[in-house]
Design a protein around this ligand. Sequence first.
Ligand code: SAM
Length: 230
Amino acid sequence: MINPAEEFLSPRLKAVHDMAVEGESGLTERRIIDVGSDHGHLSLYSLINDNFAQAVLTDIHKAPAQRSEDTLRMFGYADRTEVYCTDGLDGVTLHEGDIVVMAGLGGNNMVDILSRVKEREDKAFLKTITWVLQPQKSSDRLREYLFTNGFEIKDENACEDRGLFYVLMKVVYNGVPREFTLKEKYIGPVILKRIENNEPLVMGYKDRLDKRFALSQRGDEEIRRMLEEV
Ligand SMILES: C[S@@+](CC[C@H](N)C(=O)[O-])C[C@H]1O[C@@H](n2cnc3c(N)ncnc32)[C@H](O)[C@@H]1O
């Protein structure tokens, strides 16, 4: 199938998209919600491939929100899209079974957005929403929030785009906070399993993860030492 979006969908966003659709059923009845949509490529790709009934795009800034709207209109999908200029999901009504993607945002920003949604939504309803998160930084902070706030990381992987590695995760709310190890926080529970299984993609990323983990431990040790000295 000829796909104009394919040409400009980055390998990173393709991986995010693939994780969003993988293992899901009834997608043609469901919506994809793209928070921080910027250019709107992810939603365009999803709609061109008929993977979702509708796309909802949000961006906190006017220019990218307008860009998203223009992209979808240019390709003839205005009737299957809604675009909001808003912070996260503020003012957006979620529907049962929505798949919410947040890609390219910082982990702290994602925590703020998730916290506000968790605060406002009925908890049984929240369990029907699937989240696909690709934090640009602070994935440790994001995981810590997820573990302690009853969100379960169902899947997690790395992807490579122009020599850079990114982490992406699929998350659902189950309402059960859980304890976690430092490795789970800094490397990720599913990525740890993938490393155990010698999966090539994560093995390419492992060195970086190991270094980051070593740094985090040094930081924790330094903090412990500082506290002991007080
Ligand atoms: C780096 S771009 C990522 C665009 C696209 N999601 C991607 O992964 O290629 C981040 C976009 O998110 C928007 N953004 C940042 N914080 C946001 C927030 N709290 N709510 C909605 N949009 C946000 C920015 O304006 C920008 O357009």
